[in-house]
Design a protein around this ligand. Structure first.
Ligand code: KIV
Ligand code: ZN
Length: 518
């Protein structure tokens, strides 16, 4: 039998550390459920000591995120400090298989500049804190942070101390994405060979993508004997991100001849999970992203298309349906029914029913009446907008904009609030500026715009406009919003309102949006 590789997903912890990728508790829970369906072995649900919100999110996932014999185990991250470990233990105490992941940096630059600790102090702390965690939780993972830049003999000493103190998993992070695949493979092989007890624990790899080598390094580590891969969906994470789950899995699948390793992932859930994570984090997947990018299975050049028509293996090493990517583009039009829409949306990763499906269907029909064909990109834009509106307390009811070439634009906005309708007019240096000013006046908003982007779903003038907005709240937290419409002012107004709703709810100024509260 092939050796098994545990998939440790850290989308909700390291992934959420991507600038602007903050998720609400309800969103984290929906991602945790999708990860359980995908078949990951472990979910690192968050860093409970980081904030009360993080604590609550980890606790909620521990209770509701996965129960039953095949449910993933839920882990909480803790610095190698008693306070952090206690907090993480409290957050995960009701999880089906609770685990603690604790870490301490070991590289010279971290010891000197960040921790101000000697080598001896670092080893003593590792021993003490891994023992402390092990006495309270049977399963403990230890990570020597920045292992990739740690002296080999000291790394061995740190790993040895953690094993002696009771760690059951040793994770080797290339925290800053510095190492090269052959080097990283040698680090793992060196630990297996050189550290007493290393063969009795699970060795894990955790790579960052600063040089674009995260997946290559992870795979090198697995080839060298690691049996756990720490990954995130779409590769989101600090700076250039973490190893992408989908890339590692499809490399293991497609090159079983090279790796000979088994895993528990249902590859057909890769694409829908990728869409969900992109939607809730507001982080778009680059079109040429391996496995889950919009172009990952598109063939443009005539010579390629000709080859594909003769035999798909000429230019495809995997089939789109293996990863759950939609097989067909286009052909949704005004004759398509509600069920056809529901099934296409399911292929795209959206499970819709009831009122929200009815609304999406009505908007789809209206669009299909104006256009011959509605593409997957249109459907995604439309449905994302519907999902956003569903959760909102303040919604756009009406909009009137006057644009002028001299830049003096004005907007009249009507917003439906929880108690009543609000109407306000404002001017601005452009149409969108005027719309946002009017919304600010209605909400008396204190959240400043930090990012605004507009994109069309296709190259035609009848495309849907997709607006992405971020506003800045307390302590530099940002809240995203999304809106789509054939009128770009309407799309922008919806996106701005959706970000403001999120910020107001998260910072306690209004009741949680409906989705959050349910
Ligand atoms: O990259 C890193 O070193 C980490 C640790 C907490 C494992 O994320
Ligand atoms: Zn990391």
């Amino acid at each position: 039998m092939e050796p098994y590789v545990r998939i440790f997903d850290t989308t909700l912890r390291d992934g959420e550390q991507s600038p602007g990728a903050t998720m609400t508790k309800a969103e984290k829970l929906s991602v945790a459920r999708a990860l359980a369906q995908l078949g990951v072995d472990i979910i690192e649900a968050g860093f409970p000591a980081a904030s009360p919100d993080d604590f609550l999110a980890v606790q909620t996932i521990a209770i509701e995120g996965g129960q039953g014999p095949y449910a993933p185990s839920i882990w909480g991250l803790a610095r190698a400090q008693k306070g952090d470990i206690d907090r993480a233990l409290r957050a995960i105490e009701r999880a089906h298989k609770p685990r603690i992941h604790t870490f301490l940096a070991t590289s010279p630059i971290h010891r000197r500049a960040k921790l101000r600790m000697s080598k001896e102090e670092v080893i003593d702390r590792i021993r003490a804190m891994v023992a402390y965690a092990s006495e309270r939780c049977g399963d403990v993972e230890f990570s020597p942070e920045d292992a990739g830049r740690t002296e080999v003999d000291f790394l061995h000493a740190a790993v040895g101390a953690a094993i002696e103190a009771g760690a059951t998993t040793i994770n080797i992070p290339d925290t800053v994405g510095y190492t090269q695949p052959a080097e990283f493979g040698a680090v793992i092989a060196g630990i297996i060979e050189g550290v007493p007890g290393a063969r009795d624990v699970v060795l894990s790899v955790h790579c960052h993508n600063d040089l674009g080598l995260a997946a290559a390094n992870t795979l090198a580590g697995l080839r060298a004997g690691a049996r756990q891969a720490e990954v995130t969906v779409n590769g989101i994470g600090e700076r250039a991100g973490n190893t992408a789950l989908e890339e590692v899995i499809m490399a293991l699948e497609t090159r079983r001849d090279v790796f000979g390793l088994a895993h528990g992932i249902d590859t057909r859930r890769l694409y829908p999970t990728s869409r969900l994570v992109s939607e809730v984090t507001g982080m778009e997947v680059q079109p040429n992203k391996a496995i889950v990018g919009r172009n990952a299975f598109a063939h443009e050049a005539g010579i390629h298309q000709d080859g594909m028509l003769k035999h798909h293996e000429t230019y495809e090493i995997m089939r789109p349906d293996t990863v759950g990517a939609p097989r067909t583009e286009l052909v949704m039009g005004k004759h398509s029914g509600r069920r056809a829409l529901q099934s296409r949306l399911r292929e795209l990763g959206y499970e819709l029913s009831g009122d929200i499906l009815d609304h999406a269907f009505a908007r789809f029909k209206a669009l299909a009446d104006r256009r011959k064909q509605v593409t997957n990109a249109d459907l995604e834009a439309l449905v994302r907008d519907e999902v956003e509106q569903e959760a909102e307390v303040f919604r756009l009811a009406q909009l009137e904009v006057t644009s002028r070439t001299d830049g003096a634009c004005s907007a009249k906005v009507v917003v439906e609030g929880p108690q009543r309708r609000h109407e306000m007019a404002a001017t601005g240096s452009g149409a969108v500026d005027a719309v946002f000013n009017a919304i600010d006046r209605i909400l008396g908003s204190r959240f400043e715009l930090s990012d605004y982007q507009l994109r069309a779903t296709n190259g035609g003038s009848d495309a849907l406009g997709e607006a992405h907005v971020r506003v800045r709240g307390r302590e530099g937290r940002t809240y995203r919003g999304f809106g789509s419409d054939q009128d770009i002012n309407v799309a922008s107004a919806r996106a701005y309102l959706s970000a403001q709703n999120r910020a107001l709810a998260a910072e306690g100024a209004i009741d949680a949006p409906r989705k959050e509260a349910s």
